[in-house]
Design a protein around this ligand. Structure first.
Ligand code: NAP
Length: 283
């Protein structure tokens, strides 16, 4: 298959390029080569490449920044996706796009299912929900909701911030009352591939590592795996002034993905593999 990857230099983008590059022809475009919000450019590239699949990893992910720059977030997360979906449709390509747990308000008490009603609480979350809707413009599409991504080469996730601080023996602030299902980019990339190659039903899937954890518990597990003292500053979300609202309970259910034959490893296992990957990378 020929796969066009947009936003290819990001956390997930690099993992997608690695995963598909092993057995497929990958055309990778980072932001400097392709602005997904430039309709002519996106449509033109699709005509030149004629991909079987377009995997869109481009996004505006500055959750707090979006409160002051909603136009910037909408340009990429909503209208950029509309351009990519139109391009996919124009060449009859399958579109894969990624959504977020932030489309939910986080007031739930059981893992969110794909059809639970969204209730976005921030400019970022609204822009991502619009992107989900625009992704449907492609005739065939998978929308995979992920959350708390970690593991890209850029190493700029919250998990990386915790690892780096703990390795340096620095105190790090962690939320005690935000519960998440972290997602290792390599596992998300491999699940994406399994869905496509397995010809799973099209539509929305939650795609996170299995299990759930608060940021405080996750940081303690990182410290345990690193064999360092957990120098942590545990705080409830309400104690920290943030521009954008954070959903408190963001656990996503992988049940639908499992029914499609794709099993996600537990987050603890993902974390262990990622720490090993980081060690290999730094030598
Ligand atoms: N990170 C998370 O925790 C998280 C959580 C939930 C959902 N997601 C979703 O998962 C997907 C992958 O996220 P990620 O963590 O891999 O994001 P990322 O590391 O921020 O990568 C996104 C990439 O998109 C690029 N980009 C930004 N604007 C663009 C544009 N107009 N045209 C083309 N490329 C553009 C960025 O370039 P620059 O770096 O130069 O801006 C960056 O390389 C996204 O849909 C994201 O919303 C992520």
């Amino acid at each position: 298959m020929k796969i066009l990857v947009t936003g290819a230099a990001g956390q997930l983008g690099t993992a997608i390029v690695d995963e598909f590059g092993r057995d497929h022809t990958v055309v990778a475009r980072g932001r400097s080569q392709l602005d997904i919000a430039d309709r002519e450019q996106v449509l033109g590239l699709a005509q030149d490449v004629r991909p079987d699949v377009i995997i869109n990893c481009a996004a505006y992910n500055n959750v707090d920044g979006a409160e002051d720059d909603p136009e910037g977030a909408l340009r990429i997360n909503a209208f950029g996706v509309r351009c990519v979906a139109e391009a996919a449709r124009s060449v009859a390509a399958l579109l894969v796009h990624y959504g977020t747990d932030f489309v939910f308000d986080g007031e739930g008490s059981r893992p969110y299912l794909e059809h639970d009603p969204p209730n976005p609480r921030s400019a970022y979350a609204i822009s991502k929900l619009l992107g989900e809707w625009f992704a449907r413009d492609a005739r065939r599409h998978y929308l995979l909701r992920v959350e708390s991504l970690f593991g890209g080469r850029a190493a700029r996730s919250s998990v990386d911030r915790i690892i780096t601080a703990l390795e340096a023996g620095q105190q790090t602030r962690v939320f005690t009352d935000r519960t998440v299902s972290p997602s290792y980019v390599r596992d998300v990339a491999s699940a994406t591939r399994a869905l496509i190659e397995g010809g799973a039903d099209l539509g929305v899937y939650h795609c996170v590592n299995s299990g759930s954890v608060t940021w405080y518990e996750l940081a303690r597990e990182v410290a345990r795996l690193l064999g360092v003292e957990p120098k942590l500053d545990p705080v409830p979300v309400a104690q920290v002034i943030l521009r954008a609202a954070r959903p408190k309970y963001c656990v996503l259910s992988n049940e639908k993905l499992l029914r499609a034959g794709v099993k996600m490893p537990p987050w603890q296992d993902a974390l262990r593999r990622y720490l090993r990957e980081r060690r290999t990378r730094t030598g």
